[in-house]
Design a protein around this ligand. Structure first.
Ligand code: CU
Length: 156
């Protein structure tokens, strides 16, 4: 019977095509290994302070600059822009008479017109200062002695 034979062939072809499709799908699925890497960042956003340095003061102040207050454990970012004509630095220090850096927070000498940045965790409460201890390499006085500093308070 010719018709029956044709139907059988069609069925076989359809089955082969479907089986091939399923096999292809299976291979595609198993051939693709999906690796999901989850990176969890728990660090909080930094508290940002933008400060300008001039000859001689911070943020336009001739004399002590504005007090910076943060909470213990906070991540602090300080961006310093030197708008003076001399090199300036910014160090968080526990003393105004010696450069005693705390929190490893020190933006080293920056050329006029340039900027620098530090990010640190203020992990110990207390009263500190941000200051510039540069002496221009020639001056008998350090900039901190010309009142180039401000208070940096870490609240408990
Ligand atoms: Cu300075």
């Amino acid at each position: 019977m010719a018709i029956s034979r044709t139907v059988t062939i069609i069925i076989i072809v359809v089955v082969v095509v479907i089986a091939g499709g399923v096999a292809a799908l299976f291979l595609t699925t198993t051939g693709t290994t999906t690796t999901t890497t989850t990176t969890t960042t728990t660090q909080p956003a930094a508290k940002v302070f933008n400060i300008t340095a001039r000859d001689f003061g911070f943020d336009g102040f001739q004399g002590p600059g504005p007090t910076i207050t943060v909470k213990v454990g906070e991540t602090v970012q300080i961006n310093l822009r030197n708008q003076g004509g001399l090199k300036h630095e910014l160090v968080i220090t526990s003393s105004l008479t010696i450069e005693a850096a705390v929190f490893n927070a020190h933006i080293h000498l920056i050329d006029p017109g340039q900027s620098g940045s530090i990010t640190f965790v203020a992990d110990k409460p207390g009263k500190y200062f941000y200051a510039c201890f540069s002496d221009d390499g020639t001056s008998p006085k350090k900039h901190v002695e010309l009142n180039m500093y401000g208070e940096f308070i870490v609240e408990a």
